[in-house]
Ligand binder design. Structure first.
Ligand code: FAD
Length: 477
């Protein structure tokens, strides 16, 4: 990799110290070890939404608690930076998800992956669907493929292919929990293009599963909970990954408590970053690793059209309640990694993760750690509830659904207001416009969860692409 020049190392400002900003800073130094990188973070700690708290007997994740590894960028970053030995896989017990059905938790049919039934028999035998619903799902084989290339919502695609009942009972809760989104607005192309591809290539989801079955071995087909073995988590929690990445940067690179207030590009092409204390610092390049609304505010002065496009990406929030109890306080068998709640069940909660079933070290032996999710795009009012209302709702729901009794040992609430980008219909087109606009501005790159994937691996990929653009841009200058 070429470096800019012997005498003037590139000076790069990375704005935002979440996983995206840290991954971008790390990658910049990998690509150009001479680069001087300054990471500006508004808060008193790095990590953004990623936050682990340690309590006696519990390890509490306030937002993401793991990441998938079949999108390789998160795992590869851990490997290259020496963090891989700190990663652990899911516990090899009851690797499955449950879904609420008339107030009872029932296993998601085996080999039902997000919105694809990969096996017929589990669909036929599940109590989750009526006979009518099952037959409609199996009819998917004969539903003609739509190949007009128009963006389609998750709700429309699934209802069209698998029927309304499969959507309401299975797909809406399984996918709603991941994107905290309104499925009637969520763009399938922007979130799960693999299923569109199955329709395009094979004519449908069941046909794609059949084709895949003929190519895979029996052992692969039999492996139970295979999807869950794709997830990994830092043994000591997400904050340990964040601390590790920050420690890889040269001393003094990370400036905490330093919000960037203004960003300006001089006619000479240099970038001027003004921080909260009214200091202006000059850089050759900038990576903006912020949520889209914050990026829009900073970029308004640089390119109003770009800022306007960024403002069009909507955001939703969520409330996460962390609940620690003794095992003896729950009557439920905890025979899964957690359960999701269909909207049609009309509960206040979206999902409950049985964290201590999923990963070792989340609660000591005779204790259980639960993570309860509420809010999302369809229930924004939950963000406004006072703590005692959240607590009483969680208590009531867990009492009814998991047979909870007695007092919580730990109870923590975190409101994540406006942190989850919503990939609505037209999202990919909007992102393509944003990318075109950015391409025309030398020395600027954007990265983060607003564009091409909300998960940690996709954040890391966008960070690495941003770093590559900066290094490439300067080489070309
Ligand atoms: C509840 C929840 C659960 C999730 N679960 C998972 C999961 O299990 N697996 C998974 O892969 N993903 C999960 N995600 C998604 C994933 O965690 C996020 O997409 C990712 O962490 C976002 O990182 P980021 O760095 O892009 O943004 P952020 O974490 O939002 O970081 C942005 C940073 O910029 C800083 N900042 C803002 N304005 C300024 C400014 N003007 N100047 C300087 N700094 C500024 C902020 O303080 C913040 O630190 C979850 C997200 C949430 C909220």
């Amino acid at each position: 990799m070429m470096s800019q020049s012997q005498n003037s190392p590139r000076r790069v400002a990375v704005i935002g110290g979440g996983i995206t900003g840290l991954a971008a800073a790390y990658r910049l130094r990998e690509l150009d070890p001479q680069a001087e990188v300054t990471l500006f973070e508004a808060a008193e700690r790095v990590g953004g939404v990623l936050l682990t708290e340690r309590e006696p007997h519990y390890l509490l994740e306030h937002s993401a608690d793991n990441f998938i590894t079949n999108l390789p960028w998160g795992l590869e970053l851990c490997r290259r930076s020496g963090f891989e030995p700190e990663l652990i896989g899911t516990r090899p017990v009851v690797r499955r998800a449950l879904v609420l059905w008339h107030g009872q938790t029932v296993p998601v049919p085996e080999a039902f992956v997000l919105l694809q039934p990969k096996k017929i028999w589990p669909v036929v035998t599940t109590p989750l669907l009526s006979w009518r619903g099952k037959l409609r799902m199996l009819w998917e084989w004969f539903v003609p493929a739509r190949r007009d290339g128009r963006d389609e919502s998750l709700a429309s695609f699934v209802t069209r292919r698998l029927g309304r009942e499969a959507f309401d009972r299975l797909v809406q809760p399984l996918v709603g929990g991941i994107y905290t989104a309104d499925a009637t607005k969520l763009s399938l192309a922007a979130t799960m293009p693999q299923f569109l591809e199955m329709e395009r290539k094979h004519g449908g989801l069941l046909r794609a599963a059949w084709a895949e079955r003929r190519q895979t071995t029996t052992a692969e087909q039999e492996s139970h909970g295979a999807r869950y073995s794709l997830f990994m988590a830092p043994r000591q929690g997400m904050s340990s990954l964040i601390e590790h990445l920050a420690a890889q940067l040269p001393a003094g690179s990370v400036r905490l408590n330093t919000p960037v207030q203004r960003l300006r590009r001089a006619s000479s092409g240099t970038w001027h970053v003004t921080t909260g204390d009214n200091q202006e610092v000059e850089f050759s390049d900038v990576i903006v690793a912020l949520p889209a609304p914050a990026a829009a505010r900073l970029l308004d002065e640089v390119d109003t059209t770009l800022a306007g496009q960024l403002k069009q990406i909507p955001y939703a929030g969520a409330v996460v309640a962390l609940v620690g109890v003794r095992r003896s306080q729950l009557t439920h068998p905890l025979d899964g990694f957690g359960f999701v709640v269909p909207d049609i069940e009309q509960r206040k909660i979206i999902s409950v993760s049985f964290s201590s079933q999923k990963y070792d070290g989340r609660a000591s032996d005779d204790r259980v750690l639960l993570r309860v999710f509420m809010g999302g795009a369809t229930r924004p009012e939950v963000l406004q509830w006072p703590d005692d209302e959240v607590r009483s709702v969680v208590t009531r729901e867990l009492t009814e659904l998991l047979g909870l009794s007695g007092e919580f040992e730990v109870f923590k609430i975190r409101r994540w207001d406006g942190v989850m980008p919503q990939y609505h219909l037209g999202h990919l087109e909007l992102v393509a416009q944003i990318e075109d606009r950015v391409k025309a501005i030398p020395g600027l790159a954007l990265a983060g969860n607003a564009y091409r994937g909300v998960g940690i691996p996709q954040c890391v990929r966008s960070a690495e692409q941003a770093a590559a653009r900066i290094v490439g841009t300067n080489v070309a200058k």
